[in-house]
Write a new protein. Sequence first.
Lengths: 273, 314
Amino acid sequence: MRRRLPVATDQAVSDAVISTKPFRPGRLPAWAMRLLVIAGAVGLWEVCARIGWINPFTAPPPSGIWDGFLRLLGEGEIARALALTTIEAFGAAALGGVFGIAGGYLLHRIKLAGVAFTSWVAAAASAPLVLLYPLFLVIFGRNAGTIIAMGALGCMPAIILKTKEGLDGVRPVLLNVGKTFSLTARQQFWMIQFPAALPVIFTGIRIGLLFAIINVVGVEFLIAVGGLGYLIANLGDRFDYPAMYAGIFFVVLVSIAFFWITERLERWLLSSK
Amino acid sequence: MRKSWVLAASAALTFVTPALAETFKLAVPQRGLWETAFVEIGAAAGIFKKEGIDIEPLYTRGGSETVQAVLSGSVDLAVSNGLLGTIGAYSKGAPLRVTGASMTGTPDAFWYARTDSGIKRVKDIAGKKIGFSQPGSSTHLIVQALLDHYKIKAEIVPSGSPSGSFTMTMSKQIDLGWSVPPFRLQEIAEGKVQIVMRGSEVPSLQDQTVRVHITTAQTLARKRDLMVRFHRALAATLDYAYSNDAALVEYAKMAKITPELARRVRDEFHPKANMQLKEIKGLQQSLDQALQFKNIAKAMKPEDVKGLFEILIP
């Protein structure tokens, strides 16, 4: 009697493939891979701190850091610090945005200035400008003024460079269309050039905001005034390391959140055009 | 025969090694202060060498930076560390040990005003802006105590380090800046600023130890003999510094001031009685202040921190 072979249905083929295919990490979704790495690192840290492989006083276990975070949340310290840092960061980004866009326009408009100073601005972007804080303390005093000014200074190079890039990169065909409609230079700029450059300028503002946050938190830490940076410094001075680490990780999360929000906003702006 | 004696003597000498001094790593905050200068004064006078100790200093900015150097094992001992911060770290499980007192009372801190400001006496400071280093610091404590003692209302403003405070005073952002000697003594001598009030004017603080020497329990167990010898040398250095003008010359060279200013720093701002090393005074007061400044989470008594103190001063 002839043996009847199994029918190769789609489901059967699929099951056979899955059962025989070796596991490859690349098949994991990206979010699962991220979660796995974080969970692994946290777990390793927890175990090492608990068994004493790393000093649990200076590097407390993640469970202790979580307790520290809940304590800060319950006392309202972290909410207050976040509010202050956010106001300072947005203030710095707004100030840096106004002067940055103006500076980028000037470098675009005055060709000689663009050739002479663009490389300087690029160099300033990589320089540790935060070290100028003693000068700003003399000018503005030990208060939010210094923090906002330093934040603005830190974010300006990125905004200047992206503004110039955006304006320089406007397609000539768009400018020619303006000329055919006999637009004035001012109309040409506001109706064609600036809107065309806006996506690139917005990228500059987004990068600038991140630099503003970094500088604001850094200066708060240095001069012991303000929001999250001051909170972290103060917790470290009090040797409350679980809460200090909680503050540090919170700052990182806030930066990631700002990045994500502004990225979504940029995509929305571009899609709505 | 003579040649063989020479060869035998040379061979014997290779086994004779000179006694080497043991290296002692020390964290020293705020270089230039009289209180932290004993290490260099004693080293220059050969007092530490007599105990077989070779000092290797690590200069820090003070505060938690110094404690971290001790906890990480980068140094064997830290001198002149704030007692409130030490208690705070100990209460959170840091394996610290206090081996001696460094400063009792507050004779060194002073507040000054520009000579053209019109502020000459304490009664002139009502309603003015007075600087202190940062919240929770000893200068914060002292300035609050001064205002309470004189029953004066004034605004206190964080002004950072002595140099930052001086900048803010001269740029009129604050009316009184704070300092410790030798800083600002030159400007006082030149008439640019004048002292208005001092930390020594608060009676309640004068019998309280404010700064101590610290190490970790592990280091103390491992290097106890070295620690005992260091503290013996430190006590000898203290006596030397207050009895021999050569110490003033050494300090003046280190702090880059004149010998006359060095003498003023020692005699006017650091009476020997305040530099006693053996006793931790006013501990309950320190614990109350540690609670006030959130160095500790709940009220403590001296018996709760008994394990923190292991005085090695002979």
